[in-house]
Design a binder for this molecule. Structure first.
Ligand code: AMP
Ligand code: MG
Length: 414
């Protein structure tokens, strides 16, 4: 019996160790238009109020609310975009456009839909307004000096729009982690190549490059590396020099040509080399001069599930995120599930949310570590704890939601 020298640790311990060894990257300043998807590294305050002037919220007539006369003389129009000189007095009104500054003297706007023209430059009001009606006061949306976005905020569409509103064009953000990705294996050829006997196509480099992108990182394609010590070393060394993190596939098992672990052990510190999980038992995490190296097993599902469980939270932390984990949901099994109780197993599944509030799950079929089709269309990983072998239909297990839950539509009533 030849045993791996690496102790087998729990999934939770592995995630904990990784998060202890990765830190947010050095923030950088950039133009806000390029910052979508990034995490803010500073508190942002609004210098000015929004709106900066009292503005009409509708198309209509600016009036004095306390003026009881139903008919007002229209003394002019106030468009949006400039301050006017018209002054509203008792008995008069100014035609205003949405977003126009409220003319001096006026304290309310009557919507155009609630008025009729009386001919000869007069308007009839069909409602008696209250002061402030349809007026957006200064600072209604944002007060001058207000904290509008805190450090740690993820910049989505609304946040980018808010930065534009307040004129904050340069901001400090955490950069996207640059992740060098390479695959190892003498059996591998590129996707466009025909297969010779004994060869297979390199899937993992492409799935992992995509997974890095999905996790908000900047993937760097470091190529396909043969199982030769010098080639592996060269790839690792150049990646360590130029990337914030290194992600490899293959070569972490017990074979003669599994060269990744020995080299990492020589060059840096291997924090773990085996996890009590299926798939992905030989997943390995090391640091070399502070740069994290994530070594995924070669089976395509092992590589992708290991990325999801161990690497994604780390990349999120490096990118400044504070919410690192997928949402977890108890789900009801739609069919019986059995598994080998020696390790925690992550089965790929489809979770559905039903109109009665229940969440149910079915697996994606044969769960072999080579079968990428078991990952295709999956929106969850079912976490089957070690020690329990049988999960009968209707039993409840934990699911990690890796994509939006499928929403079952309630049947139409007619
Ligand atoms: P390894 O972890 O290198 O021992 O590889 C385990 C299994 O995964 C072997 O059957 C490999 O042929 C397969 N494999 C390794 N790397 C890849 C890859 N990049 N794409 C697809 N399959 C791979
Ligand atoms: Mg290999």
């Amino acid at each position: 019996m030849r045993e791996s020298p690496y102790p087998m640790i729990s999934v939770e311990a592995a995630i904990h160790i990784i998060l202890q060894h990765v830190a947010p990257l050095q923030p950088m300043r950039m133009n806000f238009v390029d910052a979508w998807g990034l995490v803010l590294a500073e508190d942002v305050y609004a210098a000015e109020a929004m709106p900066p002037f009292a503005a009409s919220a509708v198309d209509g007539y600016a009036v004095i609310a306390a003026d009881p006369s139903p008919i007002r003389r229209v003394i002019g129009a106030q468009p949006a975009g400039a301050m006017g000189t018209l002054i509203v007095t008792p008995g008069s009104a100014v035609h205003v456009m949405t977003g126009a500054p409220l003319p001096a003297g006026a304290d309310a706007v009557v919507m155009i839909e609630h008025t009729s023209l009386e001919g000869d430059g007069y308007v009839r009001l069909h409602t008696q307004p209250d002061a402030g009606d349809n007026v957006r006061p200064i600072g209604q949306d944002v007060a001058a000096g207000q904290l509008v976005l805190s450090r740690g905020t993820v910049l989505g569409a609304a946040e980018v729009g808010l930065l534009a509103t307040i004129g904050k064009t340069h901001i400090a953000v955490y950069p996207r982690p640059r992740v060098a990705v390479f695959s190892t294996g003498d059996e591998l050829v590129d996707p466009h190549e025909p297969l010779k006997p004994g060869q297979i196509r390199d899937a993992n480099r492409y799935s992992l490059l995509s997974a890095v992108r999905e996790a908000g990182g900047q993937p760097l394609d470091w190529g396909r590396i043969p199982d030769r010590a010098e080639a592996v070393q060269e790839a690792l060394e150049s990646a360590l020099r130029e990337a914030d993190a290194v992600l490899t596939s293959g070569g972490v098992s017990m074979g003669e040509l599994d060269l990744i672990k020995p080299y990492l052990a020589e060059r840096g510190t291997i924090h773990f080399g085996r996890v009590r999980a299926r798939p992905g038992k030989p997943v390995t995490f090391a640091t070399v001069n502070g740069v994290p190296v994530f070594a995924m097993p070669g089976f395509p599902v092992s590589a992708l599930v290991s990325f999801e469980v161990y690497v994604r939270p780390a990349l999120l932390k490096m990118a400044g995120h504070t919410h690192l984990h997928r949402p977890r949901q108890r789900v009801i099994l739609e069919h019986a599930v059995r598994h080998e109780p020696d390790r925690t197993e992550f089965q790929r599944a489809v979770v559905t949310h039903h109109p009665d509030g229940r969440y149910t799950a079915h697996t994606t079929g044969y769960q072999g570590s080579g079968r990428l089709l078991s990952m295709v269309g999956a929106n969850a990983l079912l976490v089957l704890p070690a020690e329990q072998e049988m999960f009968p239909v209707g039993s409840e297990v934990e699911a990690w939601l890796i994509a939006p839950v499928r929403e079952e539509e309630a049947p139409a009533n007619s």
